[in-house]
Write a protein that binds this ligand. Structure first.
Ligand SMILES: [Zn+2]
Length: 120
């Protein structure tokens, strides 16, 4: 992320087409990343490239976990298509760290909750 210098703000105002083009390229790059994740995991295509791009934009081009805000996926460089393990309903695209933490939390939820309850 570049700092929002007055110069950059001015440039963006005077070059709306370039700003638009840049965001398109950015989203396209991430859509490819998401697709390659799906291929690697061999779970089939969870989201079509268009759906993945739409979802990524809907999330504000960042991790879907509230309070995370990562704009890069981290880990091996791919976004994780998180879904409910029981219903298989798609939830959001997560960064590697949130996906890992959520997986552990979801599996041991009651243990974490009883630990917090018993230890204040
Ligand atoms: Zn995250």
């Amino acid at each position: 992320m570049h700092p929002q210098t007055p110069y950059l703000r001015e440039w963006k105002k005077n070059n709306p087409e370039k700003v638009k083009k840049y965001s398109h390229t950015y989203n396209q790059k991430h859509a490819d990343t998401i697709l390659s994740y799906n291929r690697k995991r061999k779970r089939g295509i969870l989201l079509s490239p268009d759906e993945a791009t739409a979802q990524f934009i809907k999330q504000g081009c960042k991790c879907g976990m509230p309070l995370c805000g990562a704009t890069e996926p981290g880990g091996v460089g791919t976004w994780h298509a998180d879904h409910n393990p029981i219903t298989h309903k798609f939830r959001s695209l997560l960064c590697a760290r949130c996906n890992l933490h959520l997986g552990i939390y979801e599996k041991h939820k009651s243990k974490f909750e009883s630990y917090l309850e018993n230890n204040g």
